[in-house]
Structures are given as C-alpha cells and as structure tokens.
Design a protein. Structure first.
Length: 303
C-alpha cells in the first residue's frame, strides 16, 4: 500500500486557499516528499501527517516556489527529535543551494545526505522506493520523478518443500538471499514466482510536453502533472514560460496510458478550475483537479 497526499497545488506564490506545489508519499513507515515551497509545513500539519518519518526530499528544480520552505522544514524535523540522516535528491548544485539556505538553519540533530542528479535520467533505490529522475523542458534545469514500489513474486511452498529446504531458510530466500545447506546452494529463483505488478506514481511540474515525461509516466497508477493554465488563450504564455495547459497534461496522461491524472501547479490567476474539467475529460476521462490535501491510497492489484 502506498499513500499519496498532494500537499499544495499552487505555482509561483502561495494563496490563502492554495499552498505551493508539494507531494508527500507514505510507504512502509517511510515518507518521501517532492518539492518544499513556502508554506509546506502548514500543508503537512493540515493533512495530519508527520514530519519525523520524512526520509527523502526530492527537488524538481531550484525556483523559490519549490524549495524556499526547506529551512523551516529542516528545523521542524529537528524539533521533532529526528536523529536519522535525511536524503536530499535534486539537480546538479543541490549541496550548494541547500548550504546557502541553511545559513538560517545551521544546527540540526541529523546529517544530510546529498544525491545530485547528473544525467538526463538517473535512478535511486532508497527505503523501498525505486525513484527515477528524468529531465524535462523548463527554463532552468528541471526534473520529473517516478516513484515505483516493486513487488516480488509469490513464494512457492511446494517448490521449497520439493527442494528439501528447511522452513527456517524460507524467509532468507524471500529477501533475495542465497542459502547454503548440506553442501547445496539454493537461490531465490528456485522458490519465487515471477515479479508481480507494483505501484507507480509520476510527478512532474514546470515543463513543456516532453517525450521523457510520456515515456517515464507510462503505465502510472497516478500521474500528477502541472496544468499551469486552463484558459486556451494562454497557450502562448505557457510556451513562452515553459509550462503546460490543462489540455496538454491530459494528452500526456492519454499518451502515457496512465490510470489517473491529477492536475497541479496552478497559476495564481486561475479561478473556478473545475469549469474547465469537462473539456479535459473529453481528452482523458479519469482526470481530476488537484486540491490541497487531496489523498489517495494505492493498493496492489490483488489486495
């Protein structure tokens, strides 16, 4: 099971009814956050989640509306008596940017680990999350993220018994480790079935439509994608500032074969966003307007 919470949906500046864009996920006792703009702490408190279990914070890019809330977030995590290291992932320059922000948050009771993205596409495996960062098309270096929860095949009791493997070794094999017993070696593939379908969430803001987004979002259970503008006459503005419209995001979801689309990262000028959704749904039926605090519980297919 993977819990997903869209903490905020605003772009550029926070509004009284719309915090800046940020995502939080919860899996197996570990929380992951993508982006941390001004007001993110309040958004976390409003959704009722905890600061302490945040183990990973990923940054799409270093515009203020995506990272300016980090110093306060770090201090709050420290005040929550966190001592475990925190991992930060982001484009090249991450450590330099965070070190500058930490001038106002210099003392923390935990270490920070920096993982800088240096390739057009780069993978990370942490805390049960399989994370893929992929380059998109904004006016600064910017990345989208896919978050995969992989699921191994079923353990076969029949095959284990046929191989004569004692029960006390079954758990070891299920963890992917090889077992030596009575001069024989037993490997996981001898007792495990084929990998089963896992869970996949893709998150992307601040970009024009790109092939990399369609490819990496392919088959996502949930695609959270920016829709900066809803008004059709703002397409040229979207192109100028390298953002997307509601309708371009819908085409991305359709082309990627995503199960569900949430729009986010709205322009401060956007009002009555729901009025535009019928047209969006004519392109991609299972599309929804993102809202601050919107949550979803994703479950494995056979649960």
């Amino acid at each position: 099971m993977l819990d997903v919470c869209l903490l905020g949906t605003g772009g550029m500046m926070p509004l009284p009814h719309r915090w800046l864009t940020s995502l939080m996920t919860r899996y197996n006792g570990s929380n992951l956050m993508v982006d941390c703009g001004e007001g993110t702490q309040i958004a976390v408190k409003k959704c009722g989640w905890s600061f302490k279990p945040i183990d990973i914070i990923c940054f799409t890019h270093y515009h203020a509306d995506h990272i300016s809330g980090l110093p306060g977030m770090l201090l709050t995590m420290g005040n929550a008596e966190r001592t475990e290291p925190l991992t930060l992932i982001g484009p090249k320059g991450l450590e330099r940017v965070v070190s500058a922000l930490r001038m106002i948050a210099p003392e923390l009771p935990f270490d920070i680990r920096f993982l800088e993205i240096t390739e057009p596409e780069q993978k990370f495996s942490l805390f049960g999350y399989e994370i893929t960062a992929f380059r998109v098309n904004h006016n600064v270096i910017c990345y989208g993220y896919t978050i995969d929860i992989r699921r191994q095949g079923r353990f076969s009791v029949e095959r284990a018994e046929a191989c004569g493997i004692p029960k006390n070794y079954w758990g070891v094999l299920q963890k992917g480790e090889t077992v030596a017993y009575e001069g024989k070696q037993f490997t996981p593939d001898m007792v495990m079935g084929a990998a089963r379908k896992g869970l996949k969430v893709t998150y992307c803001t601040d970009t024009r439509p790109t092939e990399s987004l369609v490819r990496n979002a392919a088959g996502s259970d949930l695609l959270i994608c920016e829709g900066m503008y809803a008004e059709k006459e703002k397409l040229e503005k979207a192109k100028q500032y390298k953002h997307m419209t509601f309708y371009e995001a819908a085409h991305i979801a359709k082309d990627a074969g995503a199960e569900e689309l949430w729009l986010t990262h709205f322009s401060p000028s956007l009002v009555r966003g729901e009025d535009y959704m019928p047209k969006v749904r004519s392109i991609f039926e299972n599309a929804y307007l993102g809202k601050d605090g919107k949550m979803k519980e994703l479950n494995f297919a056979d649960e």
